[in-house]
Design a protein around this ligand. Structure first.
Ligand code: NDP
Length: 255
């Protein structure tokens, strides 16, 4: 990788780093020289990743974080600052989905999804931005949205809505905070194989879905590296309010 994507000296906070894409993002950012703060609710899982990244030579802080709680977010930023110094870059990756028909979706399930994927991302972004502005430091936020914020599938209405909201929030914050030298961009991954869904892609339903993707394959976490490093590094310094789709052509297929 060229030095254009170098993150040496930067402190990156990755939310939802206890499984799936968050783990991969933390590894990728650490490989580019960043000190990484890995955050999620399951502290036991974070400890294992911290040990792995430290063994590879990275500076790492593992912090317990519930993005639904403003107090937890403030405490996490304090803990990261103490361990690694001020956060330079936030990757808003924490997210959940609950699968139920919209008619049967209890309000608690709606609230859990929207409060994690949209309100949580906003609270983390706002906390970071307040600290950057107070310290007169530049900042950089990468929101992990989804192609389901651009198109819909059934039975995940709050997920669809929260990701569409996160995409538009990205544009709104990018516009409001540009004058403070804070960039806000988003990545919309298509279907990416992670430990949670790998069995599904082998089923007939999974295969039918793959057949609708122009590249005829599911993405791998490393397929997001280019977009992540472009937005996280100074290579993307003239980008804010941008939304990058990384989906093997899924969203351009109208079938
Ligand atoms: P995982 O379920 O593997 O990871 C989700 C992460 O979010 C976990 O680390 C979880 O940690 C964390 N999380 C959930 N709720 C909270 C919370 N309240 N506070 C803090 N952390 C929380 O899913 P993926 O890795 O697949 O997804 C990661 C992101 O990528 C999500 O935003 C998802 O919507 C998005 N995405 C994924 C795609 C895919 O195909 N995999 C496609 C498009 C988008 P813990 O439970 O320990 O708190």
């Amino acid at each position: 990788m060229s030095k254009r994507f170098d993150l040496t000296g930067k402190v990156v906070l990755v939310t939802g780093a206890s499984s799936g894409l968050g783990v991969h993002f933390a590894r990728t950012l650490a490989e580019e020289g960043a000190a990484v703060a890995i955050a999620a609710r399951r502290a036991d899982r974070l400890a294992a990743l911290k040990a792995e990244l430290e063994a590879a030579g990275a500076r790492v802080a593992a912090v317990e974080l519930d993005v639904q709680s403003p107090e937890s977010i403030a405490a996490a930023f304090d803990a990261v600052e103490k361990a690694l110094g001020p956060v330079d870059i936030v990757v808003n990756n924490a997210g959940i989905s609950i699968v139920k028909p919209a008619l049967d979706m209890p309000v608690e399930d709606w609230d859990a999804v929207v409060s994690t994927n949209l309100r949580g991302a906003w609270l983390v972004a706002q906390t970071a931005a307040k600290r950057w502005m107070a310290a007169r430091r530049p900042g950089n936020i990468v929101n992990i949205a989804s192609i389901l914020g651009l198109r819909t599938i059934g039975q995940v209405a709050p997920y669809n809505a929260s990701k569409a909201g996160l995409i538009h929030l990205t544009r709104a914050l990018g516009m409001e905070w540009a004058r403070h030298d804070i960039r806000v961009n988003a990545i919309c991954p298509g279907y990416i194989e992670t430990e949670m869904n790998s069995d599904f892609w082998k089923t007939p339903a999974g295969q039918r879905l793959i057949d609708r993707i122009p590249q005829r394959r599911i993405g791998k976490p490393e397929n997001l590296d280019g977009a992540l490093l472009l937005l996280a590094s100074d290579a993307g310094s003239f980008m804010t309010g941008s939304v990058l789709t990384v989906d093997g052509g899924h969203t351009v297929n109208s079938l």
